[in-house]
Design a binder for this molecule. Structure first.
Ligand SMILES: *Cc1c(COP(=O)(O)O)cnc(C)c1O
Length: 400
């Protein structure tokens, strides 16, 4: 077995696709400690710097002292504790929904919800750039998976017309796309889904806590919250903790509690994670300045990168892809940034398509103006060396 596995790993290495984690010491924040050195972290989803926020830490440690660490069982056996239901109520309130259900992670939420809502004989339509957890949920469901080109609502409409014989049809889209940072045309998607009698789920993983005046997500920003019957989010990005959730009607949530296998057949999350999430949601609800600051910092970074000649791929909020092309170029750039004290890993296939490898920059509300200057300075060097690289390549092309 090891021989076959090692061979595959070698093949990843030669293609520049091998990955290994960097070990971060001490808490998550705009600066992280790696191998005894401080780095500016421009790749975390800890957008509002809540992962180590004093109120969040206090809530978690207080909950551990009162409720202990573990929850002892799955939710439907004896694992549902006060804090689980308190969090679900807080989430429903926050999202202005009738009800909400908590999952151990956003990944598990997608697996559970999609496979509970559709099955063999049904059709599920997804955007080409939807998150891997959505695709895995679709595969698990056994429903017919139809993929439409990124943001192409005409093609979505066609898929829904063609699948009118399916008993259930479900459309699933990211709201802000995790690797490209652009928004799905939610209004148009909602209109098409309604018109064709399909169900609609929007995954607000990267938008929860960040977008919209109340931080409720892209649907709020675009004024279409009422049009989204199934709204999924995570507690693991802007909210700085871990967990996933779905907000919607009481009937939907009751159904999921009875049918979503990744809710039923797993141990309830530790109650302290719920206390931390409640504290984080309360910060988001009262502190609009935090997300405004995140967005204005993101704009400064994007504009700075564009001025240096980088392609930020039509992103418009806090996720800023910087296109490098080949995986090897993205790795070179990421290594160069690392040498300059910037942590921003290369994103490569299979996470993104071939030829679209990139550095993915994410700001946090806690980055200072100086941090942003440092980042842009480091990219200035990347721009120079890659220009030099291209010249070299050109010089080597034989003249006719
Ligand atoms: C990160 C992400 C998830 C998974 O959420 P976790 O809580 O990290 O498991 C799901 N969907 C999208 C779009 C994401 O970006």
């Amino acid at each position: 077995m090891e021989e076959a596995l090692a061979q595959e790993l070698d093949s990843l290495r030669t293609r520049g696709l091998y990955r290994s984690p960097r070990l971060v010491r001490e808490a998550q924040g705009p600066r992280v400690r790696i191998d005894g050195k401080d780095y500016l972290c421009f790749c975390s989803n800890n957008y509002l710097d809540l992962a180590a926020h004093p109120e969040v830490k206090d809530a978690a440690s207080g909950a551990i002292m009162r409720y202990g660490w573990g929850s002892g069982a799955s939710r439907l056996i004896s694992g549902t504790m006060e804090l689980h239901t308190a969090l679900e109520k807080e989430l429903a309130d926050f999202k202005r929904a009738e009800s909400a259900i908590l999952f151990p992670s956003g990944y598990m939420a997608n697996l559970g919800v999609i496979s509970a809502l559709v099955g063999p004989g049904d059709t599920v339509a997804v955007d080409k750039l939807d998150h891997a957890s959505i695709i895995d949920g679709c595969r698990l469901s056994g429903a017919r998976l139809r993929v439409y080109p990124h943001g192409n609502t005409g093609k979505l409409d066609k898929i829904l017309r063609e699948s009118s014989g399916s008993p259930r049809r479900l459309v699933v889209t990211d709201s802000i796309f995790s690797m490209d940072g652009d928004l799905a045309p939610l209004e148009e998607i909602a209109r098409i889904a309604r018109q064709r009698g399909a169900w609609l789920m929007v995954d607000e993983a990267h938008a929860t806590g960040v977008l919209g005046a109340g931080g409720r997500g892209a649907a709020e920003l675009l004024g279409v919250e009422e049009e989204i019957p199934i709204s999924l989010g995570t507690l693991s990005k802007a909210l700085g903790g871990s967990g996933g959730f779905v907000a919607g009607s009481s009937v939907l949530i009751d159904y999921l509690r009875n049918k979503a296998r990744s809710f039923i057949y797993t141990t309830a999350p530790p109650p302290a994670t719920c206390a931390a999430a409640i504290a984080a949601i309360r910060i988001v609800r009262r502190d609009a300045v935090l997300r405004e600051s995140l967005i204005s910092k993101s704009d400064r970074i994007r504009n700075g990168l564009a001025a240096l000649g980088f392609d930020t791929m039509g992103s418009s909020y806090h996720i800023i892809p910087v296109l490098m092309g080949e995986a090897s170029h993205a790795i070179e750039a990421s290594d160069a940034l690392f040498r300059k004290g910037i942590l921003a890993p290369a994103i490569r296939p299979p996470t993104v398509p071939r030829g679209k490898s990139r550095i993915r920059i994410t700001a946090t509300a806690a980055h200072t103006d100086e941090d942003i200057e440092c980042l842009l300075e480091a990219f200035r060097d990347v721009a120079k060396s890659s220009a030099a690289l291209h010249q070299e390549v050109r010089a080597n092309v034989p003249k006719k």
